[in-house]
Design a protein around this ligand. Structure first.
Ligand code: NAD
Length: 391
């Protein structure tokens, strides 16, 4: 198939490589010229995709990347993988999606199938997206298939993670199914686009709520002088009815702290409540002040104390700092007068600061999201506050 993929980030790039490897002709579009140049020079900025796999895909001559939407007018199928973040007011920001779909609409091939992979609130594919595409005056089909990629996860990839698909018509569903089946082992359909849109938000809200719950349990265990990890591992020996989640410095990244607010926004619109999400957000946002209080319990006043935060990416083994919870923690510690450095061998540079070397020259090390290979022994006898639990 002739496939266009709009957005070549954490979602769009792995998809483009998988589709190219499956034999499709892929023309990818990204408005960021640096992203386009980097890919065309055979370099990956995403941990899961090696430089070699990009070079191999480019070498087939079936993978082309540019900032121009013109090749879309030859595509049988267009997949949209642009960001859907939150605005300053914590509301869904559809500006990237609207802009991408408008450009697609202006270049649409008659009869093409458009698939939205960006996370959206229920109803957005059928309303906002379809309304923009209708302006093209062309016949089109439309489906939604949320991405479930877990950056850094070596076990679950684009190919072996089951994919949800639904179209606004039966034939859209069938065409989207036929496409994904060429490189995804298991593709599951549903009776409506809204079921799938809601399922995606349910998955990530479930994670937010459970991780936040574990953070609350971690606070309880800290006061009880129990190792929360040991408690969770003990509970997880129950072979049914329990699923382990783990506490930490807070949830981050482009999905878990963001997507539940897409569900809340829709709930507000229709007069439904999302109390669990609201509470989980509250707990998550309180963690920076909680760990500042714990650091004060350990050190006394933080004024002038040398503290290093270890692992500032939003999770281990990725360099992604979007919504990284360590940022709020660093700010809170500095507000108390602490002299705060951070170490992250994948992030290296962040907020105009450079990653500091791990050494024994600190009063406290706060372990946030260390990566595989972070050598904590370099901290020597420095006191450790492990946000993940344990002493
Ligand atoms: N990152 C994840 O782990 C993940 C997982 C599942 C779902 N998602 C969802 O997938 C979507 C994409 O996320 P991502 O992490 O790949 O984002 P990203 O920021 O890594 O990549 C998005 C790319 O789209 C490009 N872009 C922005 N506007 C554009 C436009 N109008 N036209 C063309 N290109 C444009 C950007 O330059 C960027 O390179 C979001 O809705 C996100 O919620 C992300």
């Amino acid at each position: 198939m002739k496939v266009s993929i709009v957005g070549q980030g954490y979602v769009g790039l792995p998809l483009a490589i998988a589709a190219t490897n499956a034999g499709h002709e892929v023309s990818a579009v990204d408005l960021d010229s640096t992203v386009v140049e980097q890919i065309n020079s055979g370099k990956s900025r995403i941990e899961d995709i090696s430089d070699l796999s990009i070079r191999n895909a480019l070498g087939t001559n079936r993978y082309k990347v540019s900032s121009s939407f013109t090749l879309i007018n030859e595509a049988d199928l267009v997949v949209v993988c642009v960001p859907t973040p939150l605005t300053r007011n914590h509301e869904p920001d559809y500006s990237y999606l609207e802009s991408a779909v408008t450009s697609i609409s202006q270049n649409l091939n008659e009869g093409a199938l458009v698939i939205i992979e960006s996370t959206v609130s229920p109803g957005v594919t059928r309303s906002l997206v379809a309304n923009i595409l209708n302006k093209s005056g062309k016949r089109f089909e439309l489906a939604y298939s949320p991405e479930r990629i877990d950056p850094g996860n070596k076990k679950w990839t684009v190919t072996n993670t089951p994919k949800l698909v639904a179209g606004i018509t039966d034939s859209s569903t069938q065409r989207a199914l036929d496409f994904y089946k060429t490189f995804v082992d298991q593709v599951i359909t549903a009776t409506s686009v809204e079921v799938i849109e809601t399922a995606k938000l349910l998955e990530n809200s479930f994670r937010l709520i459970n991780i936040s719950f574990m953070n609350e349990i971690a606070e309880f265990c800290w006061k009880m002088k129990l190792d929360v990890r040991e408690v969770i591992e003990a509970a997880a020996t129950k072979p049914y009815g329990f699923m382990p989640f783990y506490p930490g410095v807070g949830v981050g990244g482009h999905c878990i702290p963001v997507d539940p607010s897409y569900l809340s926004a829709k709930a507000k619109e229709i007069g439904a409540s999302t109390s669990f999400i609201d509470l989980a957000n509250k707990i998550n946002l309180s963690l920076s002040s909680y760990f500042t209080v714990v650091a004060t319990e350990l050190l006394g006043s933080l004024k002038g104390k040398k503290i290093i935060v270890v692992g500032v990416a939003y999770k281990p083994d990725v360099s992604d700092v979007r919504e990284a919870p360590s940022l709020d923690l660093i700010k809170a510690l500095r507000n108390e007068g602490a002299d705060v450095s951070w170490h992250d061998q994948l992030v290296k540079e962040w907020m105009g600061e450079k990653s500091s070397r791990l050494s024994a020259d600190y009063d406290l090390a706060i372990i946030a999201n260390p990566h595989t290979g972070t050598d904590l022994t370099q901290l020597g006898a420095v006191r450790i506050l492990d946000t993940r639990g344990g002493y």
